[in-house]
Write a protein of this length. Sequence first.
Length: 287
Amino acid sequence: MISYDTKEWFTFIFHFHKSDTVRKLFPILIAIGVYAAVIGYLEVEYFKVTKNDYIHNIPIMHGMLGFVISLLLVFRTNTAYDRWWEGRKLWGALMNNSRNLAIKLSVILKDENDRKFFRKYIPMYADILYKHLKDEETSKQLFEDVALEIDNHKHKPNQLKRIMYQKINDLYEAKKITGDQLITLNDELVSFTDICGACERIKNTPIPYSYSAFIKKFIFFYTMTLPFGYSVSLGYFVAPVVVFIFYVLASLELIAEEIEDPFGDDENDLPTKKISENIKKYVEELI
């Protein structure tokens, strides 16, 4: 995730980072500019189209369609941002629940070996969840003894949750915690699975294909027809105008595609690795 000063204007305007939409769209922007210039040349110089011809009324259609496409893109970007923000809230909840669990265990547990167990396993859940959501190989853990307990062909966050719950149940059977304390700790562990399931729902449920394909087609054909209507009034200036319009529309779609899956490696994705590292630091301070 990119860290930046929200009050700095000129840095945003003149700074181009590696995921900037200009870099991604540059080849197609050049192609559309050439296409628009050719259409403008043919209409103005070859076919001698004037303002009295019917083709001059095409911008009326573009005006009406522009309103429709703006509504579609607003809905698209809002939906993508909702997914990004929900993911951030879930990881914030994971941090708070991990700290709450650590605080309760630091008071309840007296044996240093038991405290050491949870000092290691609580932050490990966040680390495994971070790698699980990125589809990374999670067999290579920070602690080799845990790697031996986890089956790589099974759901790894669930396995780690089972190990922690087994430990808590053993503590209850050994009379190290009471039944009321068991219920209190169980609530925190249940929240871990709820957060994992919600994150998986975001990752595994992209925007419907038909909707995404329709928006891309709409943007493409809308832009490709712009030179036919505006070449008469703009002349050769139609090329940069059409390029800019396509850049704005396509950039909104690219940004939405990037943030709708907030658990990847894109620059605008959530800093889940950093959050998992902070959880480890806080838990070790508490227990």
